[in-house]
Design a protein around this ligand. Structure first.
Ligand code: NAD
Length: 358
């Protein structure tokens, strides 16, 4: 069996992301000194969490297993409060730790509770979706949703370790794997074009967690995210490039009341961002058209209704990453050369939108 790969994340609180088969069993060394460890999971992966808990027996005097609710619904104040109450009744102390087992929703919520419980206790993540592995569990952003919007409440709280265990993907529904692919493609365009070469060589393999290129795609995407967040934990500069394709993507998600998968919205957003850079005279035709080609080959959507632009403009203006009401887009000045386009004219936006309009 291939050995595990360790990817280090730097910054104020460095940690390792370990990728491989069976690595969910290797968390004990990073949780040393804990009397109690609470392993908190999405019920869809309760069996994975049980196995993680068993492997921690011996590392702590007490290992407690808790399940929250499945998926996005977990990112609520009510679920956070329920977990705080559980931690209070244990009690979970400053030297203790949490382990989150689940997709990005679970790692976001458990990470947030870890950031706020006793003003910060250790958390380790065992992401179980592609999006969780390559994005949500790496980088230290945590969050929950409130009525006013998604991810409006949160904290930066880096984990002490991330165990990316490829075995847990065996139960992941194919649609959830595909939902994470646009983040991988995004990473190919902003930083690591080998990702694009791998996907183009065998698109069918890229759409499967058991495909020959899955591990390499995961590792390459994590390496880029690790490098970016090592330099910029708090989104003060470089981290903005990770937002490529997301400005329009978030507006589509909002317009669809979050019924569209995030990955589908980002897929359209990537094609739009490429068109915007081409219309602005910053990106060559062949790199721009490569966006649609590669996303089409993966079966991802690349078009959105023509009459939606006014709504989307409104949505983009209230995106929390807009500064004031000036629109800002991450664009490419060439392959793997991200830059920023600020306050584009309506004419430019409309021209670029016509490329994705259906
Ligand atoms: N913190 C960050 O930097 C960051 C970055 C990107 C996304 N996010 C957040 O991540 C969330 C989306 O993450 P997600 O796509 O992983 O969604 P998710 O956590 O909701 O999981 C998707 C679905 O897959 C199920 N599931 C998870 N793992 C499984 C497995 N191995 N087998 C079977 N079923 C499984 C879940 O129960 C759920 O129904 C959003 O809330 C988003 O805001 C955060």
């Amino acid at each position: 069996m291939r050995e595990a790969t360790t990817i280090s994340v730097g910054g104020p609180a460095p940690y390792d992301v370990v990728v491989g088969s069976g690595v969910r069993h290797g968390l004990a060394p990073v949780l040393g000194g804990a009397t109690t460890v609470a392993v908190v999971a999405d019920p869809a992966v309760a069996a994975v969490a049980d196995a993680v808990a068993s492997s921690l027996q011996g590392a702590a005097r007490r290992v407690v297993r808790l399940d929250l609710v499945s998926g996005e619904a977990v990112k609520s104040v009510a679920e956070a409060a329920r977990l705080w109450d559980e931690l209070g009744s244990m009690p979970l102390t400053r030297s203790d730790a949490l382990v989150a087992v689940g997709g990005g929703a679970t790692t976001d919520l458990v990470g947030f509770v870890a950031a706020t419980w006793l003003r910060g206790v250790r958390v380790a993540h065992v992401p179980t979706t592609l999006l969780g592995m390559v994005d949500a569990a790496v980088g230290g952003k945590t969050g929950l949703n409130i009525a006013a919007g998604k991810n409006l409440v949160g904290a930066f709280h880096p984990p002490v370790s991330v165990a990316v265990d490829l075995d847990v993907l065996a139960t992941l529904p194919p649609a959830e794997w595909v939902n994470g692919i646009p983040e991988v493609i995004k990473t190919g365009f902003i930083a690591d074009p080998v990702i694009l070469d791998l996907v183009e060589a065998d698109p069918a393999a890229a759409t499967r967690p058991d495909g020959a290129v899955a591990r390499e795609l995961i590792e390459r995407t994590i390496r880029v995210k690790a490098k970016v967040v090592s330099e910029d934990l708090r989104e003060a500069g470089l981290r903005e490039i990770l937002n490529y394709g997301h400005t329009l993507g978030h507006a589509i998600e909002r317009r669809e009341s979050y019924s569209w998968p995030h990955g589908h919205a980002v897929s359209v957003g990537l094609v739009f961002a490429a068109a915007l850079a081409r219309s602005a005279g910053r990106l060559d035709d062949s790199t721009a058209s490569r966006h649609r080609r590669v996303l089409d080959a993966l079966g991802l959507p690349t078009r959105y209704p023509a009459d939606a632009l006014p709504d989307l403009m409104e949505g983009m203006r209230v995106d929390k990453k807009a500064r004031g009401d000036r629109l800002r887009f991450v664009v490419l000045d060439g392959l793997a050369r991200p830059g920023v386009l600020e306050a584009p004219s309506l004419a430019l936006l409309a021209e670029a939108y016509s490329e994705v309009a259906s």
